[in-house]
Write a protein that binds this ligand. Structure first.
Ligand code: 5AD
Length: 362
């Protein structure tokens, strides 16, 4: 590799995606960490994650919440429960709640819009939504109610793999349209992929990174693929594209993707994900934070429902009490020489993007 600083070209990206030697990877971690410090600072923003419904009409091949899991007990939180979780987020000092659910047709948009309004007015928190491929009317209604951000991973930019993994709605373009519409409605837009899906090549990961840039994403989430034993993908029932360039679903590849994402979208908010923490329980959060991440999303789903949101098995922070988890997290953040973020922690990429647009208009 010749170019050791400055923008990344495709060759550099592939070089790092194929590098496996820890002593060589130090250089990449360092570069990503420097860019992170310069562009988004030392603060680690905490977002309270509330999983408001595990009901889902889709059958995504990798996911443990898919409609194929007829034995899974389903729940949908009442507004009071969502508000109680938001209140706990406020008390812990978080600036954002993330309301996430499966694609639940029974989730009432008007009722959710009122809940969003209340969270904004009563607690002054930013609200992030992650509710799958919502239609334009619902996206608009929730945005009007004050929702600030929308998260929807595109999971892979390989159209054939995407179609194999999403049998109910095989169009990647449709998902990208939802992301574009979210941006047009004024949401801060987040997306991302799983790393190491069967049939996902290293070249595809490079395509994913280029798509993050083209979509001008404000938030980007990346985690290793973790097989769920009751999912069609883990059972080998999915006809994924053959590849002799299979990406690994391991800690190194996930961290290389985080680091390259930081270099490609320097001002984006990037979480150290629960999936990475699940893969490496002792070190996952630190690894993510040291190679470019600046956000953590502690789980504030009520204890009674938490284990039912089983996207993949053995999810990290299932057992912890919220205050204990919070105290431990703050200790670990400080031990890295970082600080705990205050305020909403809006994405600097979003601020830059909207400012540029305002200047274009005036
Ligand atoms: N392993 C890792 N991540 C998963 N997700 C869904 N299923 C799995 C799995 N088996 C991720 C997807 C989804 C996010 C909410 O969780 O990327 O967008």
């Amino acid at each position: 590799m010749q170019e050791r600083s400055g923008p990344m070209n495709r060759q550099d990206i592939l070089y790092w995606l194929r590098e496996r030697r820890p002593e060589h990877l130090e250089e990449l971690w360092q570069r990503a960490d420097n860019v992170r410090a310069r562009e988004v600072g030392e603060a680690v923003h905490l977002r309270g994650l509330v999983e408001i419904s595990n009901t889902c009409r889709r059958r995504c091949a990798y996911c443990g919440l898919g409609a194929h899991r007829s034995e899974l007990q389903r729940y949908r939180l009442a507004s009071e429960d969502i508000l109680a979780s938001a209140s706990r987020a406020g008390k812990l000092g978080y600036g954002t709640v993330v309301l996430q659910a499966g694609e639940d047709p029974q989730l009432d948009t008007d009722e959710l819009a009122r809940t969003v309004e209340t969270i904004r007015s009563r607690h002054g928190l930013a609200v992030t939504l992650s509710l799958g491929e919502l239609g334009g009317a619902a996206l608009r209604r929730l945005r009007d109610a004050g929702a600030d951000r929308y998260l929807l991973r595109f999971e892979t930019s390989d159209e054939r793999l995407y179609a194999a993994l999403h049998p109910d709605q095989p169009s990647l373009d449709r998902r990208l349209d939802t992301l574009r519409l979210s941006g047009e409605l004024g949401y801060e837009v987040g997306s991302g992929v799983m790393v190491g899906l069967p049939g996902q090549s290293v070249e595809t990961l490079a395509d994913d990174l280029e798509l993050f840039d083209r979509l001008e994403l404000d938030m980007i989430g990346l985690g290793p693929y973790l097989p769920h034993p009751d999912s069609p993908l883990a059972r080998g029932k999915v006809d994924v594209p053959a590849t002799d360039d299979q990406a690994h679903s391991d800690e190194i590849t996930a961290c290389v993707m985080v680091a390259l994402t930081r270099l490609i979208r320097p001002k984006a908010n990037i979480p150290a994900t629960t999936a990475l923490a699940t893969l490496c329980p002792q070190t996952g959060r630190e690894l993510g934070l040291r190679c470019g991440a600046n956000v953590i999303m502690p789980n504030l789903t009520p204890r009674a429902q938490r284990a039912l949101y089983e996207i993949y098995p053995q999810k990290a922070c299932l057992a912890e009490d919220e205050q204990t988890f919070h105290d431990e997290l703050c200790r670990r953040i400080h031990a890295l020489g970082r600080s705990v973020g205050r305020g909403r922690g809006d994405s600097p990429a979003f601020l830059a993007r909207t400012q540029a647009k305002r200047q274009e208009v005036s």
